[in-house]
Design a protein around this ligand. Sequence first.
Ligand SMILES: NC(=O)c1ccc[n+]([C@@H]2O[C@H](COP(=O)([O-])OP(=O)(O)OC[C@H]3O[C@@H](n4cnc5c(N)ncnc54)[C@H](OP(=O)(O)O)[C@@H]3O)[C@@H](O)[C@H]2O)c1
Length: 308
Amino acid sequence: MTDTGLPKRTLGRTGLEVTRLGYGAMSLDNGRLTPVTPEQAEATLQAVLNAGINLIDTSPDYGDSEELIGRYIADRRGEYFLASKCGCPVDVPAGTTGHVYTRENIIAGVEQSLRRMKTDYLDIVQFHGSPSRATLEESGAIETVLELQRQGKVRFIGMSGVLPDLEDHIAMGVFDEFQIPYSALQRDHEAAIAAAKQAGAGTVIRGGAVRGAPAQDKAWAVRRLPEVAEERPRAIWERARLDDLLDGAPAIEFTLRFAFSNPDMDTTIVGTANPNHLQANLDALAKGPLPADVYAEALRRLDAAERE
Ligand SMILES: NC(=O)c1ccc[n+]([C@@H]2O[C@H](COP(=O)([O-])OP(=O)(O)OC[C@H]3O[C@@H](n4cnc5c(N)ncnc54)[C@H](OP(=O)(O)O)[C@@H]3O)[C@@H](O)[C@H]2O)c1
């Protein structure tokens, strides 16, 4: 792995030493968040690795994301931990919508990810779509991923989970890692992240940059966030008067440093296809967690704003 001195954290019981800023490769899905050309994708992926970021999250569901990773950085495979998803539709009847957790579909999906990304193994395979415990049990999905683990095709088992199923997922005790949505403006999963950490799992948060919403060049004009009502992040920011706490820093930097301040969060995966944004996120990482008094005040104000 390229060690450029970025801060790292042990990702729970996986033992993987991950950089506290990871890369969310959903941003390589052309047009889903922003338009991205193959040249931009290549430049971004190379810049991510050159900066020393060592965790990349993707999914079969993210357009060409997996192919682009295979095309442009398969030759640097030793420099990053690779997390993808399973349950995404691959080997399913035409017209099937949503995620499918059958043995056939999970195996077909992982095999497809390995082919697309030109690798022999995924470091983490995460269930996409937060299936319920009952769905996982009915379809024998855990047995399937454990079989893939025994074959060496995946190293660790993860869950991209949301409440209410996340509580069951943690109690099941089979997941080495959880990917959970969280940001200063979307704190619904804060206690669940703490519970996952307490249970010994690795904790990866997504959405920590609120899709750039507080950034000057986005000015809250982000596409609709699926997990939250569109206007809620801005309303919370304003009610909590977070502008008062910035001390001259850009709002996006504050938001990321807020994520790094969460003691239960091992790493946050942020997507971008813009080199300036990548650098801004690395700068936020270099500044690290917020000063303790500022973090405490932000939490106090956010608690109050959420109660209003
Ligand atoms: N169900 C799931 O499992 C699931 C769902 C959603 C996401 N994910 C994963 O989590 C990753 C991150 O989640 P996310 O994309 O929802 O949220 P995010 O990381 O909060 O936001 C990414 C967006 O923020 C923008 N951005 C990043 N840094 C910025 C900066 N410094 N200034 C301005 N804008 C900035 C990016 O746009 P630019 O390209 O313009 O920088 C991108 O559109 C995804 O890439 C994906 O890997 C998983």
